[in-house]
Design a protein around this ligand. Structure first.
Ligand code: HH2
Length: 268
């Protein structure tokens, strides 16, 4: 899943692709690099970010969704029903809601009625305040209980379970230790029985460990994605698609065997 942020203030690429033309060109590039889903977002969820009015979010994302719908599968990264609805009309078929239908419970109805796939993510608190001293009993058990509850709520609203993917929400109300523990014990979340989405890309915990600026965290990002694949993640939301895609191909070939038979050899 390649990230296409159409925002002035996203933490790693804010203002870089803030015209529709640039964002569409960027999305095309990510698809060519191997992204199967393009996640288009018009509102930053970085800690301390200000909310964006619906009209402005629509202005940012709609031309980009339209421009990319013919290129790859498009996901709309929004917590707002009105934005998701218009994006689906423009060609999106996946809703990525970092509030897991808590901000706008009616979003679940849209996903159900239109036969969409969705990602439900864990977040402690809300973006403005989530990094102020987050605490858990046991972070993995707490996230697991939350995702179970949100999945049940979505199913009650009519979303078939097969349409749901789940995300522990790396960096959303979590300390460095919380993020690392979630990655280390990711396998426990596979018990939920749904594909796991993971979003570590360029996040600040990688900067804390490596001392690298946000534009220099690709190697750290690759490490987290490789680990996450090995521990059961199946969707990787990243900015640096080419690097992560190669790393995941090599990881899955190693884990599962390439092509399938050990007798097939290559010279390179
Ligand atoms: N992370 C971000 C945004 N959306 N969605 C899911 N499912 N999982 C994530 O981990 C996730 C997400 C934050 O990254 P980014 O979009 O690059 O930054 P910003 O929110 O500042 O636009």
């Amino acid at each position: 899943m390649g990230v296409v942020n159409v925002t002035p203030d996203s933490f790693s690429d804010g203002g870089v692709f803030d015209t529709a033309e640039d964002a569409v060109a960027h999305g095309r590039r990510l698809a060519a690099e191997g992204a199967q889903i393009l996640d288009v977002g018009g509102e930053s969820t970085r800690p301390g970010a200000d909310p964006v009015p619906v009209e402005e979010e629509l202005r940012r994302v709609l031309p980009v969704v339209e421009g990319l719908a013919r290129v790859a599968r498009v996901s709309i990264d929004t917590m707002k029903l009105a934005v998701a609805e218009a994006a689906v009309d423009a060609g999106a078929s996946y809703v990525n809601d970092v509030t897991a239908f808590r901000h706008d419970p009616e979003l679940a109805g849209l996903v159900a009625d239109r036969g969409l796939d969705c990602c439900l993510m864990h977040m402690l608190g809300e973006p403005r305040t989530m990094q102020r001293d987050p605490r858990y009993g046991d972070v993995v058990s707490d996230v697991k209980a939350f995702l179970t509850e949100r999945m049940e709520a979505a199913v009650r609203a009519g979303v078939p379970e097969e349409r749901i993917q789940l995300d522990p929400g790396i960096g959303f109300g979590k300390t460095l230790d919380h993020n690392l523990e979630l990655l280390r014990r990711l396998e426990e979340l596979t018990e939920l029985g749904r594909p796991l989405v993971i979003g570590t890309s360029r996040k600040s915990f990688i900067g804390r460990i490596t001392g690298r600026d946000v534009t220099e965290r690709v190697h750290g990002t690759v490490a987290t994605c490789v680990l996450a694949l090995e521990r059961g993640a199946r969707v990787f939301r990243v900015h640096d698609v080419a690097a992560v895609s190669d790393a995941l191909k090599v990881t899955s070939a190693t884990v599962a065997g390439w092509p399938t038979s050990p007798r097939t050899t290559t010279t390179s």
